[in-house]
Design a binder for this molecule. Structure first.
Ligand SMILES: [Zn+2]
Length: 238
């Protein structure tokens, strides 16, 4: 059952963080540029951090080998719809959005060995009648848990669209500032881009620096005494 409101990690203990990545999986042939979902997943494993990757169904279909490896590294694979629509907008146009779940599940299910699939709606957009449409129309052997939101959003996608040569450092500073002011919670980042606008999606994927971003902020957070939990460790209040 999906809740009728967005769930977040505001009940977490102080100085506790949970990493989540949206819009992948993606991979790039360039070492320096582009989405590197697998490299991100490997780095987090080295740092003993279990993250959740909310994946877009159409990319799971394109890169199943990346999903398999991310799962093997012990991370959680969640659903982020099949085509990444603004579901509020589509729902208001009269569309039935159940297929966004079923199509994703078709490609995702072999990588999920639990009975639960975590779900995050694109852009965090959700509403009560939409939750009823999905809960009534979705026939699945899995239990869907969500919609999972976030507490800390440093707008990484914005920096990856920028031409500023210091964009990664500035992005890291923004995340660190927000983490310090919030003190705890679920962190939103993007290991790729699924934006519907092709031009910006292309630019953001090309300049995605999430691996470099993590390599800056994780040592700082560890030094400052933060601890990291996985989404599975959070009790969500429905
Ligand atoms: Zn997204």
């Amino acid at each position: 059952m999906l809740a009728d409101k967005i769930l977040n990690g505001s009940e977490l203990p102080e100085k506790t963080l949970c990493f989540t990545f949206d819009d992948g999986p993606g991979k790039s042939s360039s070492k320096n540029f582009g989405p590197h979902t697998l490299e991100v997943a490997r780095y987090l494993k080295e740092e003993e951090i279990v993250a959740t990757f909310f994946m877009v169904g159409k990319f799971v279909k394109s890169y199943p080998e990346v999903v398999r490896e991310v799962k093997k590294l012990g991370h959680i694979i969640g659903s982020h719809t099949y085509s990444h629509p603004d579901m509020n907008k589509e729902f208001n146009k009269g569309k039935n959005l159940v297929s966004e779940f079923t199509k994703t599940e078709k490609f995702l299910k072999k990588f999920i060995d639990e009975d639960t699939i975590y779900f995050r709606p694109p852009f965090g957009r959700w509403n009560i009648p939409l939750s009823e449409q999905i809960n009534n129309g979705l026939d699945s052997n899995f239990k869907y848990l969500g919609p999972i939101g976030w507490n800390i959003d440093g707008s990484d996608w914005y920096y990856w669209s920028s031409r500023d040569k210091d964009r990664t450092t500035k992005c890291a500073e923004n995340y660190l500032r927000l983490i310090k002011s919030e003190g705890k919670g679920i962190i939103l980042m993007h290991d790729s881009s699924a934006n519907r606008n092709f031009f910006w999606a292309f630019i953001r994927q090309r300049y995605n620096q999430s691996l470099e971003l993590l390599k800056i902020i994780i040592p700082v957070l560890k030094r400052d005494g933060y601890s990291f939990i996985s989404l599975k460790d959070i009790q969500f209040e429905y």
